[in-house]
Design a protein around this ligand. Structure first.
Ligand SMILES: C[S@@+](CC[C@H](N)C(=O)[O-])C[C@H]1O[C@@H](n2cnc3c(N)ncnc32)[C@H](O)[C@@H]1O
Length: 415
């Protein structure tokens, strides 16, 4: 395992095991004193007439939320400057829409985005999280004297009760290769239940991309060990090593120069209109041309998230609006962010190869055996990304493609 994969793998490992196998309550709990994560069984709401259908609360969901009660994942996310500062820039850009309005933060974690929105002048923010980190988020809100404007609700957004419509929904829901974790249906649920007509969703759009990659160093690094072990030929292990290493996708940085074609758009998501059903399985055909003569080692996936405005865009009165006072330091950061960017600049969180790295890195699917690619050669095929039948937060990937008359099928599960 590469050192840079440790975090991703250990996070996933906490919730992939499924019912009954995850030990403890997540986090070590030691030293917190007042906060010990518990394995709570939150009540599941009955569906009300006219409301979107409430999905069942499965044991897989419990494992998933328990993983988010660990502090390490929240630190990793907040320390991802590209991620956190892009949200901050978006909040600044739309401050005129947030000011004096009601915001819903779906999956608030530590409360950071909810607090940014309060600092930008939101009248009320509902910060919802089904992980026990929500209990700490409540303390964070209190410590920043924001309890009168930020209400932390511990529970699934599908189960909590909010007795008013909201003007803005903000959420950081994107998983590896965008759809892993399958959190987007919770944003769709919130949109359909609470968002006012003409309301704002941040981010507003997202796109999943894929591209063929050459990466000899990494490919051989994983399996090359078996060629010579203390002078003993162990090539007999190679097939097994390839299967074990390349069966599942790897989360790693792919240098831009290793991408051998233009990106292939796998799925475009418009958060204002996307449906839960269309996320169950996504299929895209492609035909791209190699810009290099190089061995093809696999395919990389990544996503962009765009922070566009609502369909009807009110005039920009935001430059005169004051920032709210109680969290002075945050207000100063927000002011600084405002100065850094022009208000017309499009705000985009890109996790593409060659862009400043994020904690999502790229998701790389290695072939068991490389294929020779010539410059100008076509790579044509079809990719399907679907929710796993076993656990809808996992992804099944099926990639069928041809190069120069040779066809390959690569199947992988992202757990
Ligand atoms: C990627 S983290 C983002 C946390 C925080 N918003 C931030 O930006 O640092 C996603 C959070 O959403 C929560 N979450 C996911 N699905 C949820 C749901 N249906 N209801 C409530 N919380 C949810 C998870 O527990 C997790 O804390």
């Amino acid at each position: 395992m590469m050192p840079d994969e440790n975090f991703a793998s250990s996070f996933a490992a906490r919730w992939i095991e499924g019912p009954g196998k995850v030990s403890g309550g997540g986090g070590d709990g030691g030293g917190f004193g007042y906060w010990q994560p518990r394995t709570q069984h939150l009540p599941q709401q009955q569906q009300q007439e006219g409301s979107p259908a409430i999905p069942p609360y499965t044991d897989f969901d419990r494992s998933y939320f328990r993983a988010y009660s660990d502090i390490a994942i929240h630190k990793e996310m907040i320390q991802d400057r590209v991620r956190t500062e892009t949200y901050l820039a978006a909040i600044m850009k739309y401050r005129h829409l947030i000011f004096d309005k009601v915001v819903l933060d779906v999956g608030c974690g530590t409360g950071i985005l909810a607090i940014f929105c309060a600092a930008a002048g939101a009248k009320r923010v509902y910060a919802v999280d089904a992980s026990e980190i929500a209990e700490l988020a409540r303390h964070v809100v209190e410590d920043n004297n924001l309890s009168d404007r930020v209400t932390v609700l511990f529970g699934r957004v599908e189960d909590v009760s909010i007795n008013e419509k909201v003007d803005i929904i903000i959420s950081e829901w994107m998983g590896y290769m965008l759809l892993h974790e399958n959190m987007l249906p919770s944003i769709i649920f919130s949109r359909d239940k609470w968002l006012k007509p003409g309301g704002l969703i941040l981010p507003s759009h997202a796109s999943l991309f894929m591209a063929p990659v050459t990466y000899a160093d990494r490919y051989h690094e994983r399996i090359g060990f078996w060629r010579d072990v203390h002078g003993i030929k162990m090539s007999a292990m190679l097939q097994l090593a390839k299967h074990s290493s390349h069966r599942e996708p790897h989360i790693e940085i792919i240098p831009r120069e290793n991408v051998v074609t233009r990106p292939i758009l796998v799925k475009d998501v418009d958060c204002y209109t996307v449906t839960i059903q269309e996320l169950e399985s996504v299929t895209t055909r492609f035909c791209v041309t190699s810009t290099l003569r190089a061995p093809l080692h696999g395919f990389a996936f990544w996503f962009d998230a765009a922070f566009g405005g609502p369909a009807v865009y009110p005039s920009e009165q935001h430059l005169q609006l004051p920032l709210m006072g109680p969290v002075d330091k945050i207000s100063r950061v927000l002011c600084h962010k405002k100065q850094e960017m022009g208000s017309d600049e499009e705000i985009m969180l890109s996790t593409a190869p060659g862009k400043p790295p994020t904690h999502w890195k790229q998701t790389m699917l290695y072939l068991y055996d490389p294929m020779t690619l010539n410059k100008g050669q076509k790579i044509a095929g079809c990719v399907t990304v679907s929710q796993s039948k076993e656990n809808r937060r996992f992804l099944d990937i099926r990639l069928e493609f041809s190069v120069g008359g040779r066809t390959r099928v690569k199947v992988a599960e992202m757990r």
